[in-house]
Design a protein around this ligand. Structure first.
Ligand SMILES: [Zn+2]
Length: 346
């Protein structure tokens, strides 16, 4: 019996050595350690052996069984390590996929576009890098005009422009307002015209809770025969009513802008406090929302439009401020922080 046991051991060790799969090893386990396997049958016969052989054969048989079991288990583990990459463990928790969200400014600009689109306005794009001529000169802001100090401008060097050598009107800059779009749009259009141009603008200024060096503006331009100030006010009231789903009180204040005459700032009554004053409106009860006015005859001429026949209004709406007011955002810097905790709230 001892011979036979030793033979079995040799045979199994060879087979374990040659096994290349976990299935194969499990097959060996059944074949050599199963209840009906030769080894088990022999082990059951040990007790009927003569006493002097019983002890040795029993110990050897049990050692071999233990040995085979250990070797099979070890080989199964080593194979599993090798194929780990191909094994899918369905019980593990999955990786969470981050879904993208739209920035509140994107959402709000879409809303503005939809509303003006519904009012028959064309939505156009402008350029963020402008030529000084379009940003200032043709908008009736001459070189030495003090109004030019209203805007702290980022000038751009490189490309066609060098800030020092170029003629001032040819200098490249980051547009300080969306008004150049008025001029450019009229190079390809004839009145009547109704359009808006939302986009980014830039000013060199220190940032705080209500000021950023970049911000979004929405330019509006309407040119036709017989356009009056009341058309401007009516259009803006209709727009605000659509944004807030209620009638919004506005306040018109005279203001000077070189490209409009008369020029005016339009405030809206704080919808949060009803004009009584709160932290959002800095206790004023009113929020400055946009600059506007009737397009200056000189600017109309610069657009190749006859000021004797046509008139028009223009406005520049501060999108960031209106968006903050709409969603209740307290600090404009959050918009550009890149903080996903902010964006994920909308
Ligand atoms: Zn308020």
């Amino acid at each position: 019996m001892i011979e036979r046991l030793k033979n079995i051991k040799e045979e199994v060790l060879d087979k374990i050595d040659q096994a290349t799969s976990v299935d194969g090893l499990n097959g060996l386990r059944v074949r050599y350690l199963g209840r009906k396997s030769e080894l088990m049958v022999l082990l059951r016969k040990v007790k009927s052996l003569p006493e002097e052989q019983r002890k040795e054969a029993g110990k050897l048989g049990n050692d071999i069984r233990k040995n085979i079991e250990d070797l099979i288990n070890e080989k199964v583990r080593s194979l599993a390590v090798g194929v780990r990459d191909h094994v899918i463990d369905e019980t593990l928790p999955g990786k969470k996929i981050q879904a993208g969200k739209h920035h509140p400014l994107t959402l709000f600009i879409r809303k503005i576009k939809d509303i003006f689109d519904g009012m028959g306005f064309e939505v156009i794009d402008g350029m963020e890098v402008e030529i000084a001529k379009y940003n200032f000169d043709l908008l009736n802001i001459p070189r030495d005009h003090p109004a030019r100090d209203h805007w702290d401008t980022y000038y751009v060097t490189g490309g066609r422009s060098t800030a020092k050598t170029k003629e001032p009107g040819e200098q490249l800059l980051l547009r300080t307002h969306t008004s150049p779009v008025q001029l450019r749009s009229m190079l390809q259009r004839k009145p009547p015209v109704r359009l808006i141009a939302p986009g980014r603008t830039f000013r060199h200024e220190a940032t705080d809770a209500s000021h950023e060096s970049q911000f979004y503006q929405c330019e509006g331009l309407v040119i036709d025969e017989g356009i009056k100030v009341t058309d401007l006010i009516g259009t803006l009231k209709e727009f605000l009513k659509n944004i807030f789903n209620e009638e919004i009180k506005i306040r018109v204040r005279p203001e000077y802008y070189p490209f409009v005459e008369p020029g005016m700032d339009i405030d809206i009554m704080c919808v949060l406090c009803g004009g009584k004053g709160c932290s959002v409106c800095s206790q004023r009860g009113w929020l400055e929302m946009l600059g506007s006015g009737m397009v200056h005859p000189t600017v109309l001429k610069n657009m190749n439009v006859d000021p004797k026949k046509y008139s028009g209004f223009a406005f520049g709406l501060g999108i960031d401020r209106l968006m903050m007011f709409y969603y209740g955002v307290k600090d404009v810097r959050l918009s550009y922080s890149g903080d996903l905790r902010f964006v994920n709230q909308f």
